[in-house]
Design a protein around this ligand. Structure first.
Ligand code: FAD
Length: 510
């Protein structure tokens, strides 16, 4: 097996594929080493929104945009306290290149619809890949193979190899055997984030969060650990998007997962998209809205209760993040939201929705009952709705009765619940769930410069080592929809050029 390349990319998700394509486009011989049996990573399960400014699609829609306004608006998504920790220079640098990345992807055959509005963005900036983020993976993989790049799956990298302070290779395991891969011009870490590493989460965020996992089970922060071992500085490791409650995904593939992500059919779909009535587009999007989605906290603030699989309450449903920590401690880490007739009616029409992709579409109780019968059941009594989820009916009835005694002021609440409390009653009941507490993404990454070099504790580049995507956030807070993928693919697109232009590193391998 060939083990010597110009560039080794560790990780075959969105940023890694983009990095490998850009290395190959810049004339380098590149290999991706991917630990899973397939490419994609978190990018491969994502929706695919991509925020960018000054794009062709914006111009076609008559939208005038500027870098300055996008820089200002990107700062408005996170709480000011969190955004004060952002790496402003790097986020500006990234946003300055995001539009070119969309063009690069379109030239590769990725089709987008939008741009869609997403306040506080002052103009529509959210471009959505058709049918979803798999389109990125498909287009980049085809392009890489055409450029004669190498992809090696089932090959977890377990060590960065250094020589005189320069990273010049990696050690990977292939079928249990350690194999050395050498890189003449650079190693690019593209290993994604760490929501599913109990160790990293416990160390940087606190042990109370360590039972909460990520949506992508293999997002375990390997690259963060590999980089730290060679002296990289890690930044903002306690910052996470979430934890938040999300419904478990369906076992059935939804429509957008079945639609082709590459080839002529995908291109035709892209061309036809502007002609499709918005109502139809919204129906397709609605299916996405009921997959991994996060039920709005307002439902709990308005009086819904959380119960576990034994039918009991276990927390103050309105208190974040203690609520999520408590969910993770329940049997199998699962919970259900119980809605009575009043709440069902309230969450059946605007502005009270169960979940949303802002400004695009909204999913209500009826949408869940229709599109996700695996996580939404309805019946005319507490006992019957409990039975439909194998929750002990008597226990759920007792829970409701005890909650109602608190809601009518007869007793106090063992969990000291806040929010809008009213007795639960009526002849319609809905249980939404199973749901779990998840970290959606993590924001901590290795420190990098604008050449995508990994920096050490003193701020100096570690020769030969680059980072892109979520392992290489460099302290950016990327809270708006579409910024993570935009960063992953933009940093990947740029790194090939950075390596090609770097004269600081050229190994004497022949
Ligand atoms: C359900 C969901 C929906 C989302 N939707 C959106 C969206 O619409 N828009 C948006 O901007 N963001 C979205 N995000 C976030 C976004 O998808 C990710 O942040 C982004 O795609 C990460 O890209 P990446 O290339 O850094 O990591 P990944 O795509 O996760 O790629 C990392 C790759 O590295 C591999 N790897 C890891 N360790 C090793 C190792 N030791 N050796 C070899 N390979 C390794 C992994 O297996 C993986 O394939 C979503 C996230 C989730 C969970």
């Amino acid at each position: 097996m060939k083990t010597l390349y110009d560039v080794i990319v560790v990780g075959g998700g969105g940023s890694g594929l983009a990095a490998a394509v850009s290395a190959a486009e810049n004339g380098m011989d590149v290999a991706i080493l991917e630990k899973n049996s397939h490419l994609g990573g978190t990018t491969g399960i994502a929706i695919g929104s991509f925020s960018a400014n000054r794009t062709l699609l914006q111009r076609k829609a008559g939208i005038e945009d500027t870098l300055e306004s996008h820089v200002e608006d990107a700062a408005k998504f996170a709480d000011p306290e969190i955004d004060s920790r952002n790496n402003d220079d790097l986020r500006r640098f990234f946003l300055g290149h995001s539009g070119e990345t969309i063009q690069w992807l379109m030239d590769m055959g990725v089709s987008f619809y939008g741009p869609n509005p997403e306040p506080p963005n002052r103009v529509p900036r959210m471009h959505n890949a058709i049918p979803n983020a798999k389109a990125y993976i498909a287009a980049l993989q085809v392009r890489l193979l055409r450029l004669r790049g190498t992809i090696i799956c089932k090959t977890p990298v377990c060590k960065l190899v250094c020589d005189n302070g320069q990273v010049n290779g990696v050690e990977a395991r292939i079928e249990g055997k350690s194999t050395l891969f050498k890189a003449k011009q650079g190693v690019v870490l593209a290993t994604g984030d760490y929501p599913n590493s109990a160790e990293i989460i416990a160390k940087y965020k606190g042990p109370q969060y360590s039972n909460i996992g990520g949506i992508n089970e293999t997002a375990t922060g390997d690259g963060h650990l590999l980089a730290r071992e060679v002296g990289a500085r890690l930044v903002n490791m306690d910052l996470t998007y979430g934890p938040e409650i999300r419904f478990i995904p369906s076992r059935k593939k939804n429509l957008t997962q079945i639609l082709p992500a590459k080839g002529p059919l995908a291109r035709i779909m892209g061309r036809l998209m502007p002609l499709v009535p918005q109502a139809v587009v919204n129906t397709v999007i609605k299916r996405l809205l009921v997959t991994w989605q996060h039920p709005e906290n307002a439902i709990l603030d308005d009086g819904a209760i959380l119960v576990n699989s034994r039918g009991g309450r276990f927390c103050d449903e309105t208190r974040w993040p203690d609520r999520e920590i408590a969910i993770a401690a329940q049997p199998d880490g699962i919970c259900y939201l119980l809605l009575d007739k009043r709440l069902i009616e309230r969450y059946s029409a605007w502005p009270h929705f169960v979940s949303t992709a802002p400004e695009i579409a909204y999913a209500y109780v009826a949408d869940y009952l229709r599109l996700r019968p695996d996580i939404a059941v309805s019946d005319n009594s507490v006992e019957r709705v409990a039975q439909r989820r194998n929750i002990p009916p008597g226990a759920l009835r007792q829970t409701v009765e005890s909650f109602n005694r608190f809601a009518t002021g007869i007793t106090s609440d063992p969990f000291d619940r806040g929010g809008n409390v009213r007795p639960l009653d009526g002849n319609r009941w809905v249980l939404l769930g199973p749901a779990k507490a998840y970290f959606t993404t993590t924001a901590g990454g290795v420190a990098i410069d604008e050449q995508l070099h990994v920096l050490d504790d003193s701020g100096s580049p570690i020769p030969g080592l680059y980072a892109v995507g979520l392992v290489g956030t460099g302290g950016q807070v990327l809270w708006g929809h579409g910024l993570n993928i935009a960063w992953a693919l933009t940093s990947g697109r740029l790194v090939g050029k950075c390596i090609a232009n770097s004269d600081s590193f050229a190994l004497p391998y022949s």
